[in-house]
Write a protein that binds this ligand. Structure first.
Ligand SMILES: Cc1ncc(COP(=O)(O)O)c(C=O)c1O
Length: 427
């Protein structure tokens, strides 16, 4: 269907471009300095977890079941922290390691381990020649950076409203032994905000990879991050694997980075019992044991899954109005023009915006020129190369509502100007 600019005569289009240029000149004169670049909780959100600091005092017993908190030991993490992480992910605590403060760090460790030591008795990836990772795109730039940093070839895979295109995934995973991994954010994906359908999860769980050392990197970063009344339901991939009769296929990750404090939360990983034997062995080389004070504080503060859910409802009350504002400003500003589309997530940290072909770089660059920083165009694709140059990640959580509103007002003007100019040059 033709968009509003395609329907204009050239004279009308030129007049519209002139009007939008005047608007951008006026915006430039305001000297804005706004940042919508990264998905971070706002200061109001991190303040919600400050009471956690009051729970660890010099009088707090530093034991957790049989585990000692203030000394080496318990390399898998405190039993209570493992129980909490297991409840969050819906898995058996026996298969959970809680370690460190960053799940991305655990992902890196496991890629590094596979690269240097190998998985399942296979040759280390570094001795196998070309090694590939599938990257559902648009996706999370830091995932793609981990595999790229080892010289692994990142292969984009199309992302749909229900998850990655599983026909493409199956063909590549089952047909090419060089494919060793795939990056997945199955719930409230970064950046599209979609949740994988049961059918997609079942298709993942029943993969029969050509490579024995293929693993799905299932990053469940936003598992408890609904911000409205509706919480998407994600099928548990380990249950789906039990049904499909597969095993040793998935490394699942999570953290409280966006529950308590980014960079000071607790991070966890789970996998099949036999994979966990190898994960433990790999971690044992790196660390005597893990940091446990933070684990204890988190358990005292969050207690259990119900405690986490209650806490996340407080986050939701802060986050929801920001996402509603994005929806309203985009709809009012450009919804009638037919030049762009965007996602309408029920949770997570992002809205994924699709502009006209060839527009994303120009939009991001003009926004920067007008004083609003967005995530770099292309960042959501491997090697920063968005083939159609359409995708922009909107991260609405960090700015105040006022700043977000101002940034979006600029955004809708810029999108219109770039789209109108693209139409003009195509004539
Ligand atoms: C999908 C996803 N995974 C992981 C992370 C980082 O988590 P952590 O702080 O636990 O490393 C982020 C942060 O934005 C993310 O969006």
């Amino acid at each position: 269907m033709a968009n509003a600019y395609q329907l204009m005569t050239t004279e009308q289009l030129d007049a519209e471009i002139a009007r939008l240029e005047l608007l951008t000149d006026e915006i430039r004169s305001r000297g804005l300095a706004l940042d919508m670049a990264r998905g971070k909780p706002s200061p109001e959100q991190t303040a919600l977890s400050r009471p956690m600091f009051d729970l660890l005092t010099s009088k707090t017993p530093l034991v957790d079941g049989n585990a000692i908190v203030d000394n080496y030991g318990t390399p898998d993490g405190l039993p209570s922290a493992r129980a909490l992480a297991a409840e969050i992910l819906g898995v058996d605590p026996a298969n959970v390691i809680v370690n460190g403060s960053s799940s991305l760090n655990l992902m890196y460790d496991l890629v590094s381990n596979a690269f240097v030591r190998g998985i399942a008795g296979e040759e280390p990836w570094c001795r196998q020649g070309t090694v590939k990772f599938l990257c559902p795109s648009p996706g999370y730039d830091r995932h793609f950076a981990v595999s790229a940093s080892f010289g692994i070839e990142n292969v984009p895979v199309p992302m749909g409203p229900d998850g990655p295109d599983m026909d493409v995934v199956r063909e590549l995973v089952e047909g090419d032994a060089q494919v060793k991994g795939i990056w997945c954010v199955p719930k409230y994906a970064n950046p599209t905000g979609i949740t994988y359908s049961d059918e997609v999860v079942r298709a993942f769980a029943s993969l029969r990879p050509a490579a024995r050392d293929f693993r799905i990197f299932w990053d469940n970063a936003y598992v408890v991050h609904a911000f409205g009344d509706e919480d998407d339901q994600l099928l548990n991939i380990f249950d789906a694997m039990a049904e499909a009769g597969t095993q040793d296929l998935v490394y699942e990750f999570g953290s409280t980075a966006k529950v308590t404090f980014p960079s000071s939360g607790i991070a966890f990983v789970t996998a099949s019992p036999s994979d966990m034997v190898h994960v433990r062995a790999a971690f044992a080389v790196e660390r005597v044991s893990c940091e446990k004070f933070s684990q204890l504080a988190h358990v005292l503060f969050l207690k259990d899954l119900e405690g986490v859910r209650q806490h996340m409802r407080r986050h939701a009350d802060i986050v929801r109005p920001r996402f509603e504002l994005v929806e309203r400003k985009l709809t009012e500003g450009i919804g009638h023009l037919g030049i762009a589309s965007w996602t309408h997530p029920h949770g997570g940290y992002f809205v994924s915006f699709e502009g006209p072909e060839g527009s994303a770089k120009a939009i991001v660059s003009m926004m920067r020129d007008l004083g609003v920083v967005l995530t770099g165009a292309g960042a959501t694709w491997p090697y920063g190369k968005d083939p159609r140059d359409t995708n922009i990640r909107i991260a609405p959580t960090y700015p105040s509502l006022d700043d977000l509103g101002s940034a979006l007002d600029v955004f809708v003007v810029v999108v219109q100007l770039v789209a109108a100019r693209l139409e003009r040059t195509s004539r």
